[in-house]
Design a protein around this ligand. Structure first.
Ligand SMILES: NC(=O)c1ccc[n+]([C@@H]2O[C@H](COP(=O)([O-])OP(=O)(O)OC[C@H]3O[C@@H](n4cnc5c(N)ncnc54)[C@H](OP(=O)(O)O)[C@@H]3O)[C@@H](O)[C@H]2O)c1
Ligand SMILES: N[C@@H](CCO)C(=O)O
Ligand code: NA
Length: 429
């Protein structure tokens, strides 16, 4: 008998998924054992790019998750509610779930996976991070024997597109954002993407898989790219870096007692594998023992790519249902019970880039150096290249320093009579 899907949402990803499942020739033969049984939408009158018989489409999403005939609920509607409640109801009713919803999983994953484990069902989420790039299953299965020390990636295509264009065109953020919105690369409300919140959801999910514990989403420090200027991109380039919005989860110490999970624009050395990832593409670099470095690269969004990830999860569940094993598969289930402790950003040890505008007076660079020295901040390079009007522009790159110490030094520098302002402070990989 065919496995019956109840799909919630027929937007970009829902449509791509239905198209892939309907066009199943030449793909894995198990796809032929799937029936698109119900599809839930908000509007019945909206034109659709796929053909589905009228009894399949409904606006009653609760009926789908409560229908005993549905085997797998595929949540592709997005948002927190009613997605969370519908997922929990499906689980309570003994249905497996596939979701692309990083927002709901990063905030309510604890509740959802606890319920799934109790009900003996699986919640799979390959599409939630890196779109079409397989990264969830690799972390859960193929790489899971490794001791992971770092996961870092470009996990938001919109911001990577904007930063890439700012870099190649020498344009400012606002101009590129407006154009990206016109071209459909950025949403009308770009907040989740440009403020780093979408990347925060994604790195929280990756951190929980790589570092073996649940992550409280509120503990993830998130900075976006609104404050990145063409001036900083140009200075970074001269110093040998590109600026990328990175999600980073890493152990900070040898004994693995400190875990940092964060999102921020970062100066990435030109030689680093993530430096060459441009445009809307995503890439995730995973470091582990004994494997070393693995980088996963590909399309982080889009109907077809994301449908590939959603359908691979569906296929996994179809295989599970067909083999009919009563015992849960520990490689598919969530194994975390506890929350990981996240080290506050003030304890991060990293290099920094900072740009200062100062009055063109004798001894300013000396005073900067002395103040940094007082806080244990050692400088890797100091350049004074340009002027902005009457003000001299000074750019420094530090060696590794505790963020809290660096910020204290900056506060003291900001108060100096000769310093006009500190327009940018960015972390360096
Ligand atoms: N777009 C991507 O490339 C991409 C990539 C990776 C992950 N994702 C994730 O995939 C999910 C879906 O994204 P999307 O881009 O496909 O969104 P979308 O185009 O806005 O589609 C959302 C769909 O859900 C339906 N829907 C939303 N709220 C509903 C409600 N309250 N009741 C009934 N139907 C409702 C909408 O119905 P109507 O059609 O009737 O309006 C629409 O069909 C999100 O979690 C997103 O983060 C997207
Ligand atoms: N808004 C996301 C795509 C969906 O995950 C991005 O720009 O990467
Ligand atoms: Na993925």
């Amino acid at each position: 008998m065919a496995v019956k899907l109840g799909i919630l949402g027929l937007g970009t990803v829902g449509t791509g998924t239905v198209q892939l499942l309907q066009d199943n020739v030449g793909r894995h033969p198990l796809l032929q054992d799937i029936e698109i049984y119900r599809v839930g939408v908000r509007s019945l009158t909206k034109p659709r790019a796929v053909e589905l018989s009228p009894e399949v489409i409904t606006t009653d999403l609760e009926a789908i998750v409560n229908d005993p005939a549905v085997d797998i609920v595929v949540e592709l509607m997005g948002g927190l509610e009613p997605a969370r409640t519908l997922i929990l109801t499906a689980i309570k009713n003994g249905k497996h779930v596939v979701t692309a919803n990083k927002a709901v999983i990063s905030r309510f994953g604890g509740e959802i996976f606890t319920a799934a484990n109790q009900a003996g069902v699986y919640v799979l989420l390959e599409a939630a991070v890196g779109g079409g790039i397989p990264v969830i299953q690799p972390l859960k299965q193929s790489l899971s024997v490794n001791r992971i020390s770092a996961i870092m990636g470009i996990v938001n295509g919109t911001t990577n597109y904007i930063l890439t264009r700012m870099q190649t065109e020498g344009s400012e953020f606002d101009h590129v954002l407006a154009d990206a919105q016109k071209l459909g690369y950025a949403e009308a409300d770009p907040t989740a993407d440009v403020d780093g919140l979408d990347a925060g959801d994604k790195i929280a999910i990756l951190a929980s898989l790589g570092f073996d514990g649940r992550i409280n989403r509120e503990d993830v420090h998130c900075e976006g790219i609104r404050q990145v200027t063409k001036t900083d991109i140009a200075y970074a380039a001269k110093l040998g870096f590109v600026i990328k919005l990175l999600g980073i989860a890493q152990h900070l110490d040898e004994d693995n007692s400190q875990l940092s999970v964060r999102v921020h624009p970062t100066l990435v050395p030109h030689s680093h594998p993530l430096a060459s990832i441009n445009g809307v593409y995503n890439a995730i670099l995973i470091e582990g023992e004994p494997i070393g470095q693995v980088m996963l690269f590909g399309p982080g969004a889009g109907a077809g790519a994301t449908a590939s990830a959603v359908s691979s999860d569906i296929l996994n569940l179809v295989a599970t249902l067909k083999t009919n094993t009563a015992k849960p598969n520990p490689l598919l289930a969530c194994r975390h019970q506890n929350y990981s402790e996240i080290t506050p950003i003030s304890e991060l040890v990293t290099r920094f880039y900072a740009r200062f505008l100062s009055k063109d007076q004798a001894g300013v660079i000396g005073r900067l150096g002395t103040c940094f020295g007082n806080y244990g901040v050692s400088l890797e390079s100091v350049v004074q290249t340009g002027f902005q009007g009457e003000l001299a522009e000074i750019v420094v790159v530090t060696h590794n320093v505790r963020e809290g110490d660096f910020r204290q030094a900056l506060a003291e520098i900001q108060a100096m009579e000769s310093i006009d302002s500190i327009p940018s402070v960015l972390r360096v990989l």
